[in-house]
Design a protein around this ligand. Structure first.
Ligand code: C6P
Length: 413
């Protein structure tokens, strides 16, 4: 383990300095934020970009002839270009601003799947999905008479890849799955799965909410049809996000919501729709959110996704080793390919109690079902405790966490 720790010279805690929230205390103790999977903290660079927009350039976009509106539109569209490059979309027309992953999945379920699906068709998801990649599909299945099928998860937290070919049948129209599991940390083999789907002419949607903060995502290399992003999980603002969609598919789709911006002409008899991406952006968008999200992508690119991933892998290995020393602790999800998310259960201890006690020592962890109830149930648990690590976390924080956790367990047992 020490040999591994020696390699953690990538940022030596310097990245942490960019995050104002991490300078504060909780219950008189320095805040140690281990809940990045729920929402990341924001660096100054993102806060400044949004602050500058509101202080200097605030106006509506694509609507005014005045200077401020032009500036706001330029900043908004620059953010879109940045994000398109960031995920290697073929064009910025493939990048739709949304409120995040939940809205993106609902958009695809209602605007793409609902007109397509017929009774007897199948939508395939996996047992490790977040509710936002389950419920919208259940709703559209109910609306259309299609059937929901589920790829099982193995005991170590990997997908049961052997089950996949049999589940992708002639009736399967859509395959939707998480790139990275929020509850297990498993990184799914999405290139392989998308290839299997493409061979069978099945449309793919990847929930990228937990992948974007940790991995370099290239939607063309993955060869998916849709990819969803939540800005707040990649150090950007809440209520921001994108839906990536292949241009030919988005072009062929009808709009989801009606209103301003998404139209070309309106009469009482007929409305014609705008081109991409505006066709899917009805109403005044979250302009500051989009600009902040662009700044977040810029920030991550400047640090280097490979550097971030290397740092987080060191943290993950160290955390896994340390946690395993705690008596009665079981890690849920030990896939070989994992992002820096660790769920665990301790014999005889309820995770909520654990979370409350370690909070008094300054540690913010998440406890519960992590909005993945079927998955947590599959592991025979009501809830887990989850440590999710971001680029600002350090080995020292992990070393301080273990005694706090042990103390909490002693109090509760
Ligand atoms: N997971 C967690 O603590 P929104 O809320 O739309 O930004 O993201 C929803 C979502 C979708 N998919 C995955 C894999 C996710 O992890 C999340 C959000 C948070 O794990 C909050 S429940």
């Amino acid at each position: 383990m020490n040999a591994v720790i020696q390699k953690d010279t990538i940022n030596n805690g310097a990245w942490r300095e960019d995050f104002p929230t991490l300078q504060r205390t909780v219950h008189g103790k320095p805040l140690v934020y281990f809940d990045t999977a729920a929402t990341a903290q924001r660096p100054r660079q993102v806060l400044d970009a949004m602050d500058q927009f509101y202080r200097l350039h605030n106006a509506n976009v694509h609507r005014g002839v005045h200077s401020l509106s032009g500036e706001a539109t330029d900043l908004f569209e620059q953010a879109r270009q940045l994000l398109a490059r960031y995920i290697n979309a073929a064009s910025e027309r493939e990048v739709i601003f949304t409120r995040g992953t939940t809205e993106s999945v609902n958009l695809v379920a209602q605007a793409y799947a609902r007109p397509l699906l017929r009774p007897g068709d199948q939508v395939v998801i996996t047992h490790m999905e977040h509710h936002s990649n389950i419920v919208p599909w259940q709703m559209v299945c109910e609306q259309t008479g299609a059937e929901l099928k589920v790829i099982p998860v193995l005991d170590d937290g990997q997908l049961d890849m052997q089950a996949v070919p049999d589940l992708l049948t002639d009736n399967t129209k859509i395959l939707a799955l998480a790139h990275v599991s929020n509850a297990l940390g498993t990184i799914n083999p999405v290139e392989q799965i998308c290839r299997l789907a493409r061979e069978r002419n099945i449309t793919t949607l990847l929930d990228g909410a937990q992948a974007m903060p940790h991995l370099k995502v290239d939607v063309q290399a993955i060869d998916c049809d849709f990819y969803t992003v939540s800005g707040h999980k990649m150090y950007g603002p809440t209520g921001s996000g994108i839906l990536y969609g292949r241009e030919a598919i988005l072009d062929a789709m009808q709009p989801w919501q009606g209103g301003g911006e998404m139209i070309r002409t309106v009469t009482f008899e007929e409305t014609t729709y705008n081109d991409l991406p505006a066709k899917f952006e009805a109403g005044t968008p979250n302009i500051a959110g989009a600009i902040g999200l662009g700044a977040a992508a810029d920030y991550l690119q400047t640090l280097g996704l490979n550097n971030i991933a290397a740092h987080e892998q060191v943290l993950l290995q160290h955390a896994t080793g340390c946690l395993k020393q705690v008596e009665g602790l079981r890690i849920i999800g030990e896939a070989p390919d994992k992002a820096s998310v660790i769920s665990f259960a301790v014999d005889g201890v309820h995770p909520h109690d654990l979370g409350t006690i370690v909070d008094h020592d300054g540690f913010a962890i998440r406890t519960g079902h992590h909005c993945a109830m079927p998955l947590i149930k599959r592991f025979g648990l009501p809830a887990t405790a989850r440590v999710s690590l971001g680029l600002y976390n350090t080995i020292e924080e992990l070393d301080a966490f273990v005694p706090a956790l042990q103390k909490a367990c002693r109090m509760l047992l």
